[in-house]
Design a protein around this ligand. Structure first.
Ligand SMILES: [Cu+2]
Length: 154
């Protein structure tokens, strides 16, 4: 197998497209994951490979020079995404709460002012703060202490 050569990857995936249409997408998605793992890691490619529906980590959207994250507090008492990857500077976290979920907040424990008010299903909350020092910063929901995430500044 020739998975280490990147330019041909896309073409090879498309070659599977003559399978029955119903299964083709799933097969292509599975192949994409396999090729991403086997092949793209060595390429330095910046192509996103976001074929998964489970959001564990995210990079921000940049709006007016601010790094913006949209985080959902779920009914299962999780943050989605739970890992936020940013650079030093200004960060905004928009916290919404999933339907059927109790209220949540998002508090970065070691960063002064990095704390939303309690958000509920019909009341999203936001906070903006600045971080300059690279590192991993834990965040929690203060009413559900098992609900945790990490803000990585690199
Ligand atoms: Cu909570």
């Amino acid at each position: 197998m020739n998975a280490m050569t990147c330019p041909g990857t896309t073409r090879r995936l498309r070659a599977g497209g003559d399978r029955p249409r119903r299964h083709g997408k799933a097969i292509i998605a599975a192949l994409a994951v396999i090729f991403a793992v086997l092949g793209l890691a060595g390429c330095g490619s910046s192509a996103p490979t976001s074929s998964s529906t489970v959001v564990t980590s995210a990079t921000p959207k940049i709006e007016n020079g601010v790094q913006v994250f949209n985080v959902v507090g779920t009914a299962a008492l999780k943050f989605s995404p739970s890992t936020l990857i940013a650079g030093p500077g200004k960060i905004t976290v928009n916290l919404t709460v999933e339907s059927g979920s109790p209220p949540h907040n998002l508090v970065v424990e070691s960063i002064s002012g990095a704390r939303t008010d309690f958000a509920s299903v019909d009341r999203p909350r936001s906070v903006t703060f600045t971080v300059d020092k690279p590192g991993n910063y834990r965040f929690v929901c203060t009413i559900h202490p098992s609900m945790q995430g990490t803000l990585t500044i690199s």
